[in-house]
Structure formats: C-alpha cells, structure tokens
Design a binder for this molecule. Structure first.
Ligand code: MCN
Ligand code: CUN
Length: 781
C-alpha cells in the first residue's frame, strides 16, 4: 500500500466526482441546452403484435410548433428503417411492416418544445391490424405459433439460436455412474436495470461542417461511434460522441436504441440540434431488459462429490435478438455455469426464442448472462444438499475448486485465474456465526418460528478481452489509457471506458498515484468524449479495472521509467543506482540525495537529458491475457411470517474477493449496491406480460424497486486473492453482488421451509408465493 500522503492502492479516498454530484452540479445530457435545439418524442405501439396498414401524419405535421414528423417510411428512404443489433440480428428503428412488442417505436415528432411534440403524437393516426401475441418462449416454439420475424429471409419459426458447450459423452457417462441425480427447474424472470436517469441524447449535426456531435447516454462511446459510422454511413472523423455525466447505466446504456438513431437522422435532415429524452415508461417497456431465462439443471453426485452437470436453458429474447455476446462465445452462461465447484464433466445447451416483447438481454449487472448461470448452480447445489442430507455449506466446501488447482480449466473450457473459495466461505460463516445460527434455527422451529439460512458461493467472470477471443459486433475488446503530466506535476488521464457512477475519476487517479507517486487530486480523469480520449470498448462486464485499470498502470510505469532516466540525469548518477519509494527517486545508500517525481516531470519540459524526447506523456492499449474471476460467499438469514407469507432478511453477510482493492470504500459501495439489487430481484422486481402481450411493469407503481426502508443492512468482509495476470492484481467487482446474491436470498427463504419438503420458490418471491407454499405444507397460521 502506498503512503497516506500518496494515497494509491488500498486507500478509501473520497470520491472526487461527488464534489459536483452531491451538490446537484453534475452535467447530464438533459442539462445541456444548445442554440436552436428542437425536441423529439417517440410514438410507441399500443399492441404487442400487429400489422401496420397505414400511418397518417398530416394532422400532427400541421400542429403549430411541429417541425417534422418522422415515420418508418421516411427512415426507409435513407436506408435506416432497420439497424443491426449487438448480436448481428436486425432491429426495427421505426416500424414499417409490423409492430412486434408493446412500446415499439412507430414514429417520431420533432417540435419546438417537448410538450408540443407530445401533443402531436396524439394526432398521428396509425391503423393497426392486431395479430396474436407470443408471450413466452415455449409458446413461441410450439407448433403453429404466429411467426414474429416474417420479414427475415429464411426465418420460418421463432427459433433464434442453439448453442452448446462441454462434453456430452463424458457427462452422460458420469450421470450413468452417479449415486444420485439432483435436478431443478427454475425461471429467472424478466427484470429491468431501471437506472435513475433514463436514456436519451442530443444529436447536433452541423450543416456547415457535416460534423455530428452526439451527446448520449452511452456506456461505450467509442464503440457507438464506430457502429454509427458503419450503420449510417457517416465518415467516422465527422462523428463525435460525448457521454457526459451518466445517472446509472447497469447495462441499460450499452445498446444503440432507435431514439438515438432517429434524433441523429432528424438533426441531419433539419440542420438543427434535436434532443430526445426517454420517459420512465419508455425506458421500462422498450429498452434493455434483463434475464428471462427458463432453466433446467441436473447434478450427478457420487460419494458426496459432484461428477457432472447437465444444463438446458431456454431464453426469451423478445422480438429482436440483442444480447451483447462475443462472436466466439455466444452464450455467456457457459463461462461459469459450473460455479465454484470442481466438476469434471458438463454439458450445457441453450436455445433462444423470439417473442412479442422488448429486446435486450445485456443489462443489469450481468456480464453476458452469467447471473442466470450463477443463480442456477447455487440453487441446484442447495437442492442437492437437502436431497443428500448434507449441510449446504459443507457440501459446497466438499466440492470447491482448491487454491492449488488454479489456474483452473472448467469443464466448459474456461480458465479461472485465481481463487481461494474456502477462505471466503470460512470468513463468511465465521462472521455469521453459522453453527450457532443453525442451532437457533432448530430451536426457533420447535417454537413454531420459521428461520432460514441461505448460502451462495459465486464465481464471476469479468473484464473482457482478451481481444483474440472477445469482441462486440466484431470490434475486438481491449482498452486504453493516455496519461499526460503537465510541467507543474499535475496532469490528465484519459480513458476509453466510461463511468456511470462507479467512481472512475477517483480510482483511476489512485492507480496513477500508486505507480507515479502523484496524489489522486492532482490527476484529472477524463472519459466519454471520443474526440478527446483514446479508443476503448466502454464500461460494462466490470471490465474497466481489468482493462483500462491495467492500461493505466502500464502507461504510468512507462512514465516512471522515463522519470528514472531524468532523475539519473538530475542527480548525475547511473539509473541503476536509484531506488524508488513513491514519490521519490533516491540514490541507493544515500536516501537524502533524491528528487521527487514532480522534479522529474518539470525537468522533462525544462532540463532534458540529451537524446530524450521532451514532454511527459504516454498512451497504452492493453489487451488482457485472460478475464478475471472474482468470487465470494454470501449468507442471508430470513424469517418468514406464518400468518402472511412475508419474509424479512434479518442478516446479510457478504465476503467478496476482487483481488487487490484500489479503493475499499468504493468497492464496498459497489457491493452494497449489488446486494440491494439482488434483494430487489429476489423480492419484487418483475417485468410481466398479460396474454395479449401488454407489459405489466411499465411504471414505478407496477415495477417495484426497493427503497431504503425495505433494503436490509449489510455486513461485509473481504479476502484478497490477486489476479495473477493483472499488473496490480485487481479483478473487477462492479457486478459481483448482483450476480451472487439473488441465490443467497432465495436459498434462505427455501431453507426456512426445507424441513417441510419445499425445494424451490420462484423469483420474485412475493408474499403470496410464500403463503401458497405455507398452505401447501401445512405451516400457514
Ligand atoms: N474497484 C476497486 N478495486 C477493485 C475493483 C474495482 O477499487 N479491485 C473500483 C473501480 O476502480 C471502479 C469500481 O470499483 O471505480 C467498479 O469497477 P469495475 O469492477 O472495474 O467495474 P466498471 O467500472 O467496469 O463498472 C461496470 C459495472 C457494471 S458492468 C455495472 S452493470 C454497474 C456497476 O459497474 N453499473 C453501475 N456498478 C455501477 N455503479 C453505479 N453507481 N452505477 C452503475 O450504473
Ligand atoms: Cu450486463 S450490465 Mo453491466 O455489464 O453494464
């Protein structure tokens, strides 16, 4: 750990960005007002599935203040009625032939103010011919189901893909030889990241220069610039994407949405800036949903050891396949579906189906659908514990991958970089007081109270690349950092990633502090402006620290080497005679003879040794050798009210290992946020649909997000197992708790009822579901 003066790694430096955020002085895109700016509103389909027979915009266009009405037909004239998704499918920008989900974009009005635009939407007359809606993947794949993607050449049914991984034969053999086979069918319901700030943009195409400046809620501004260039055919140097402050992303702001494309096209055609601000309902019903995975898992057990895993998933993809998946690994769940366990054989299959629902599948702290995989294996192991009559924590320990087995290649072919699963589990159980709690649970049961203890040990996979195996829409995944220190020893760090609240301005400055000895407050971190930052793939999949964090460390080390040359020049000694203790180089054996990093930087502009280039700056593009695999154990204690079916978390203990922690306070904030989301998903968050495909959950009255009132308090612990391939040993942490904790909550609720034979309850575990279970097993009061 660097000194308290330098405050590099391991210091809970206060978040630099909070100086503006907590004063309400952030600059979100909606704060930006450009001269001559127009406002755009989107008309959305009331039907889940309907043929469009006509669109009449004349009344809307005639409303005073309306500048333009944009339809699918108009977009089609510019070859922009459809756009590619991140998975290589196509998605309608504005519907022309059919609408395929409720809330789909049908037309747009551009007007002098947003109220006029909204009023004008009501004057657009669309004739729909309603069609039968498909609201689930089983229904979608059944004989005679209505064909949703009839516009797609060669598409004769609603099947999207079939992917598989592992060794089918070895798995079948292990199952045939097993003592016991445990199985679980479960469903991870559709939910939504619902960030505080919805999506939106201001597209400003300058008619004189042709330059398109797009202020947008983008988690991946560089990638979006390239995709805009490819899709819209605009020259890439004429596109500048600026992601200003972002009010939460959680994956919701990874895809390109129709609103961005239509406002850019409108600005191009009209020659004035066009702003589009998505409302909450638009956000919930049309953008990046999460999960919606039907799962079947089977575990073969022999002599108390897991010998094989067999998994079949069926995914509800909505009307357009838009998961963000690397070309090579189309199903992210394969990465960690075997969890933290040494399972010699596995065979995993997954199918996707089109339905009349919004597309998505990338979002909500999931990194490529590992959330679903983690949930399945942890619920399955819990089920196995009951079937085998072994304590659930013990069964996990009996089957954990052991520290000496790392790097560990899983049965689906992925190399886990490092781990010590027992250490995290032991610490978690100790903090919880597991043994005593089990005794208390037994006693409570005798008194007629229902206590449950749920444990979940997750392994996560974060930090894409390496570029040889990871890409998004063909763009190889690596990341970048550009560091420039000015003569007075203070400088700027520019990154290819983009914070949405994760605290990058603080933590990345701390990495520079660690490597160069320049305190974090002297380094300004800049992200999000594609004209002003080096190319990068953006922030999601907890990849910023594993990729751009590594790039920062490497570029700072390069500059430190330059500083050492300068220091030797200033001290008139050989470089080899110098030693580094941040922030100073001093002569070995003569600690008083030294120069500070700031002295070296000043000399880089004023007193350079012969033959060395002036200036003190560098850039690094970092291609990680592997993903990083953070892990941990979460334990939840709940009590169920036998009179109502209400369940309440009494304790939540979380031990995380994300390798070396840059800023412990920020890491804990990330974990607490994730534990809250895990609780929300387990308890209440649900985007549901009725049989006509109407979205239930289109506003915050129907889509429940927890407040501070319901949210449990958290007890955190840490172990530190550095990533062996990351320059500072850090792993990503931004998604871990959302991935790992839903199973812990559900395991706890099921555990309270397990003695009565209950094995599963589906998320969100609402009181009525618990109440039904209580009645079924005769425990209702
Ligand atoms: N960190 C650290 N030490 C580590 C690992 C991380 O101090 N060993 C710090 C990082 O430097 C960074 C933060 O923790 O400040 C998260 O880092 P990282 O795990 O690299 O994740 P990203 O920055 O790439 O963020 C993405 C991740 C994802 S994918 C989602 S989804 C999510 C999440 O972050 N969305 C968030 N956390 C969020 N937090 C907020 N406030 N808002 C969101 O939208
Ligand atoms: Cu999958 S949500 Mo995060 O990776 O932006």
């Amino acid at each position: 750990m660097a000194s308290t003066e330098v405050r590099g790694l391991g210091h809970s430096v206060e978040r630099k960005e909070d100086v503006r955020f907590i004063r309400g002085k952030g600059t979100y895109f909606d704060d930006i007002v450009l001269p001559g700016m127009l406002h755009m509103e989107l008309l959305r389909s009331p039907y889940a599935h309907a043929r469009i027979t006509s669109v009449d915009t004349s009344a809307a266009a005639a409303l005073p203040g309306v500048v333009a009405v944009v339809t699918g037909e108009l977009m089609a004239q510019h070859n922009l009625a459809w756009m590619p998704t991140l998975s290589g499918d196509t998605q309608a920008v504005l519907a022309t032939d059919k609408v395929r989900f409720q809330g789909q974009e049908v037309a747009a009005v551009v007007a002098e103010d947003p109220y006029i635009a909204k009023d004008a939407l009501e004057l657009i007359e669309v004739d729909y011919e309603p069609l039968d809606a498909v609201t689930g993947p089983q229904q979608a794949l059944a004989e005679g189901a209505p064909l949703i993607r009839d516009e797609k050449e060669g598409q004769t049914d609603n099947h999207v893909y079939h992917w598989e991984a592992g060794d089918r034969e070895a798995t079948e053999k292990a199952f045939a030889e097993a003592d016991q086979v445990v199985s679980l069918d479960t469903f991870y319901p559709r939910c939504h990241p619902s960030p505080l700030e919805c999506c939106g943009c201001i597209a400003d195409v300058n008619p004189a220069t042709g330059k398109a400046t797009i202020y947008m809620t983008s988690q991946a501004p560089h990638a979006h610039r390239t995709l805009f260039a490819i899709v819209a055919g605009l020259p890439e140097e004429k596109i500048r994407i600026i992601s200003p402050d972002i009010g939460g992303g959680f994956g919701n702001k990874v895809p390109i949405y129709p609103g961005y494309v239509v406002s850019t096209a409108a600005s191009l055609l009209i020659g004035r800036p066009v702003k589009w601000v998505e409302d909450r309902t638009g956000n919930l019903i049309s953008t990046g949903f999460a999960r919606d995975y039907h799962m079947h898992g089977e575990l073969a057990v022999k002599g108390g050891k897991f010998t094989a895993l067999r998994v079949k998933m069926l995914s509800d993809q909505g009307a357009f396949y838009a998961d963000a998946q690397p070309t090579k690994f189309r199903a992210g769940l394969f990465h960690i579906v075997t969890g933290s366990y040494d399972i010699p054989a596995a065979f995993v299959e997954t199918d996707g189906a089109y339905t009349n629902k919004a597309p998505g599948g990338v979002a909500y702290r999931c990194s490529f659908r590992v959330t679903e995989a983690s949930y399945l294996i942890e619920r399955l192991v819990q089920t196995a514990a009951y079937e085998l009559g072994v304590d659930p924590a013990q069964l996990r320990k009996d089957n954990f991958i052991k520290p000496e087995q790392f790097p560990y290649t899983s049965a689906t072919g992925f190399e886990y970089d490092s781990g010590d699963y027992d250490a995290a589990m032991d610490l978690c159980l100790e903090k919880l007081g597991y043994e005593e709690l089990r005794a208390e649970q037994a006693k409570a049961r005798e008194e007629g109270r229902l206590l449950g203890i749920g444990v979940a040990s997750f392994t996560e996979v974060v930090g894409a690349g390496p570029s040889k195996t990871y890409d998004i829409a063909g763009l190889k995944m690596f990341d970048s950092a550009e560091l420039r220190i000015h003569p007075t020893g203070k400088g700027v760090l520019k990154l290819g990633v983009k914070s949405q609240g994760q605290g990058h301005e603080t933590t990345f400055a701390q990495i520079v502090a660690e490597e160069l000895g320049i305190p974090p407050e002297d380094i300004e971190v800049q992200e999000g402006d594609t004209d002003n930052t080096p190319y990068g793939l953006g922030t999601y999949a907890s990849r910023s620290t594993p990729t751009a964090g590594a790039a920062t460390s490497v570029v700072a080390r390069k500059l430190r080497a330059k500083a050492q040359t300068i220091a030797a020049h200033l001290l008139e000694c050989s470089e080899d005679d110098l030693e580094w203790t941040a922030p100073r180089f001093s002569v070995k054996g003569a600690p008083d003879r030294g120069v500070s990093i700031q002295d070296c930087v000043f000399a880089a502009y004023t007193n350079m040794p012969e033959g060395l280039e002036h200036g003190f700056e560098g850039v690094t593009y970092y291609d990680p050798p592997n993903m990083t695999f953070p892990f941990g154990t979460y334990a939840v204690v709940v009590e169920i009210d036998r009179g109502t079916g209400q369940w309440k978390p009494l304790r939540v203990v979380a031990v995380d290992d994300c390798g070396v922690r840059i800023n412990p306070m920020i890491v804990e904030g990330q974990i607490m946020g994730g534990l809250t989301e895990g609780y929300a998903i387990a308890a209440m968050e649900l985007i549901d649909f009725d049989e006509d495909g109407n979205c239930i959950g289109s506003n915050f009255m129907d889509y429940l997000v927890p407040t501070a009132w319901e949210t449990p308090s958290f007890e955190l612990g840490e172990t530190v197992t550095p990533s062996p391939h990351h320059p500072i040993g850090a792993k990503g942490v931004g998604e871990s708790a959302t991935v790992g904790s839903p199973a812990a909550y559900v395991n706890a609720i099921v555990d309270a009822l397990a003695h009565a034979g209950v094995r599963n309850l589906e998320m969100p575990v609402t009181p009525d579901k618990v109440w039904a279970a209580l009645n079924e097993v005769g425990l209702a009061e």
